[in-house]
Design a protein around this ligand. Structure first.
Ligand SMILES: [Zn+2]
Ligand SMILES: [Zn+2]
Length: 351
């Protein structure tokens, strides 16, 4: 038997006992050495998806391969590995088109949403040859964990934002994903990065990771200030990294005609009402603005490239680790993340 952070009642999590999973032919079972928690879990449990009571939470874990299925050929027992939060099958229509939307909308999001999650002493990885990457010796578990979701998702937002070299980008919110988008915008050659943040440490990190100017949306109208600073037409690109109707609408208003808006935030904590698109800023439907949404990219090739970025010190996401816990305190860590208390950004759990 093993211990896992489990949904034990509606909106209530606790450590509970489960059977150690058995791998199917294409699966691997990993013995966990470290995990991170993510506000996606809070949104998912908050009602965004129907998660049954008894389900294990989490999708950001690394560890050592414990067992592999008969059809697994690239991954071996004893290897130190990371699994992306998103685990596509690689075979369905959507995967073959190069999308993360395995079997349909958000379908690559399997841990917790469709199967047991990874906040457990052992976790099962589907399609292990595709979804597990070996962690290089010089990379810590903590660094590798960032590649599994928050870093990857934030960088994907910047990659999808079509930021012209030397161009301008506005990034709304600087939680883990927004901060990673800021790193990505700098890596991709943005000429000026404007971000919004409220908590002092997030403002400091935002500057550290590449923001030229951090606006406080509680004290000023961020869109007005962006137009004052970047010119009346706004930014070339905008990234939504919070998951609220307000920040989405601000992104559309802050972007130039023909610009790109990328939604990276998980709209799981408001209503399922349609997102507002301000019609004048959208050029009455003819302004040429692109609106894209991103999901964390899956697969080992992506993980390996992010490992290379960290190994060669292009980026260091570990300053986002604000809290450290043993796995025994997982429920306490989850509660802190849900209430966003004590300036928490990313909690690291070790086993
Ligand atoms: Zn996550
Ligand atoms: Zn698929």
């Amino acid at each position: 038997m093993m211990t896992a952070l489990t949904l034990v009642a509606h909106n209530e999590v606790a450590l509970a006992k489960h059977r150690i999973p058995e791998p199917g032919p294409r699966d691997a079972v990993v013995r966990t050495t470290a995990s991170m928690m993510c506000s996606s879990d809070v949104h998912t449990l908050g009602g965004a998806m129907a998660v049954p009571v008894g389900r294990i939470l989490g999708h950001e874990s690394v560890g050592v391969v414990h067992r592999v299925g008969d059809a697994v050929s690239l991954v071996q027992e004893g290897q130190r590995v990371a699994s992306s939060a998103i685990t596509p099958c690689g075979r369905c229509e959507f995967c073959q088109k190069g999308s993360q939307q395995c079997h349909g909308s958000v379908g690559g999001y399997k841990y917790t949403a469709q199967m047991e999650g990874t906040l457990a002493e052992y976790f099962l990885v589907p399609d292990a040859d595709l979804n597990l990457a070996v962690i290089p010796e010089d990379l810590s578990d903590e660094e590798a964990l960032y590649a599994t979701d928050s870093l990857s998702t934030g960088l994907a937002a910047a990659e999808q934002a079509s930021i012209p070299l030397g161009g301008t980008v506005a990034i709304f919110a600087q939680g883990a994903v927004g901060l990673a988008a800021t790193m990505g915008a700098r890596l991709l050659g943005a000429g000026m990065i404007v971000t919004t943040a409220t908590r002092p440490y997030n403002c400091k990190l935002s500057r550290h990771y590449g923001s030229d100017l951090v606006l406080n949306p509680h004290r000023e109208d961020a869109v007005e200030r962006i137009r004052e600073i970047l010119g009346e037409h706004g930014a070339d690109s905008a990234i939504e990294a919070l998951g609220t109707h307000e920040t989405f609408e601000q992104c559309v208003r802050a972007t130039k005609a023909h610009g790109t808006v990328v939604n990276a935030g998980y709209h799981g904590w408001q209503s399922t009402a349609a997102l507002p698109i301000p019609m004048v800023s959208f050029g009455y439907g003819m302004g040429g603005k692109q609106i894209r949404s991103v999901l964390c990219p899956g697969g080992s090739e992506r993980l390996s490239r992010l490992f290379t970025l960290m190994l060669n010190k292009r980026i260091d996401p570990t300053m986002m680790t604000t809290h450290r816990f043993g796995f025994d305190d997982a429920a306490k860590a989850f509660g802190m993340l849900a209430s966003k208390s004590d300036g928490i950004i990313k909690p690291l759990l070790t086993f």
